[in-house]
Design a binder for this molecule. Structure first.
Ligand code: ADP
Length: 329
């Protein structure tokens, strides 16, 4: 049965931007319109809810954005939303604007914000869409933006590998992932990295040095060590320093890919995922759901309580770690 109390939906993007967020916004607007529900775009995430950055959205508001990275609604981090005053102001603005429900697109911080909002104002209805390049949320096989970021990493590392190979240099390439190693692990497998270091595993420098000594004996002194920024010993620069101390004859370089990983035109996979999730998000609200993230698991749309999506982080598959190890032998 359709929840007929929902006449107007607010949509916002919050926290770190991710390619595909625009495709998700577009899908929310178009799905809501098909159900005769109005949509208000909220600028700069939760900040716009507090500052009344409200813009009515129509079909043509989301024309020709599906292929653009970033977010047309803009995003921000909003400390005021962590206070009771901020939450109350956001609530009052929603009431004044007749917004009946929210679709929030972001990562675990965004969902924690939604939980805090609903705890203080239990009548609020919120559905979340997973938008983060990190792919670390439980309840969806992939998050919006992850595939694009991964492809950006692969393109960049392929280029670095050409130089590494030509000069006989060992590159330590740092990729995003403060708490999650999905980009590093899958990016490393796809680029044939010699070693992959991620936050979820203990970095064994002795083992890495042994492997590099073995490569050296085979006259191979070049390669790629892919390091997630949250790797336990401190990231690519620190690992390079430790290796250089032990193997001074190696020519080493450090490259930090940084924010190029967040931007750019979303891949086909991210556009389709975002469109599907935007559609499913609105349908979930109309089914009377609230306090859930919509995800895709085993190619089926699922609704996962925010508490689970944020607490039960998606786990690295140990089988993939083993495959990466075997490929680099
Ligand atoms: P992401 O969604 O990418 O993980 P952040 O962790 O920066 O991004 O969170 C986005 C925003 O969500 C924060 O700036 C803040 O406004 C809001 N938020 C996060 N945690 C809470 C919380 N516990 N209570 C209220 N708001 C929160």
């Amino acid at each position: 049965m359709t929840d007929s109390s929902i006449r107007k939906i607010g949509v916002l993007t919050s926290g770190g931007d991710a390619p595909g967020m625009n495709a998700a916004i577009r899908a929310v607007v178009r799905t809501a319109m098909s159900e005769k529900i109005s949509v208000v775009g909220i600028g700069h995430g939760y900040k716009g809810l507090i500052n009344k950055e409200f813009t009515p959205m129509f079909g043509n508001s989301v024309s020709a954005i599906i292929h653009h990275g970033g977010t047309i609604l803009r995003t921000s981090r909003c400390p005021e939303f962590r206070t009771d005053e901020g939450l109350d102001l956001a609530y009052q603005n929603m009431v004044d604007e007749d917004i009946d429900a929210l679709v929030v697109i972001g990562g675990d911080g965004t969902f924690r914000g939604a939980v805090a909002f609903m705890k203080r104002h239990p009548d609020i209805k919120i559905v979340g869409l997973p938008g983060t390049i990190d792919n670390d949320l439980y309840g969806t096989d992939y998050t919006i933006g992850y595939d694009t970021a991964l492809n950006t990493v692969v393109e960049a590392v392929d280029k670095i590998r050409d130089t590494a190979n030509s000069h006989g240099t060992l590159f330590f390439v740092e990729v995003m992932g403060r708490d999650a190693g999905f980009i590093a692990l899958n990016g490393g497998i796809a680029t044939g990295a010699e070693s992959i270091l991620i936050p979820e595993t203990v970095t064994d420098i002795d083992n890495l040095v042994k492997k590099l000594q073995y490569d050296q004996r085979k006259h191979k002194t070049w390669g790629i060590i892919l390091v997630a920024e949250g790797e336990a010993l401190g990231g690519a620069a620190q690992i390079a320093k430790l290796v250089k101390e032990r193997l001074p004859s190696y020519e080493t370089r450090v490259t930090i890919l940084g924010h190029i990983q967040r931007g750019g035109s979303p891949t086909c996979a991210d556009r389709v995922l975002a469109t599907r999730l935007g559609y499913e998000g609105v349908k979930a609200l109309l089914d009377g759901q609230s306090g859930v993230m919509v995800g895709i698991m085993n190619n089926k749309a699922v609704r996962i309580p925010f508490a689970k999506a944020t607490k039960w982080h998606q786990r690295i598959d140990s089988g993939m770690l083993e495959i990466a190890r075997v490929m680099a032998l």
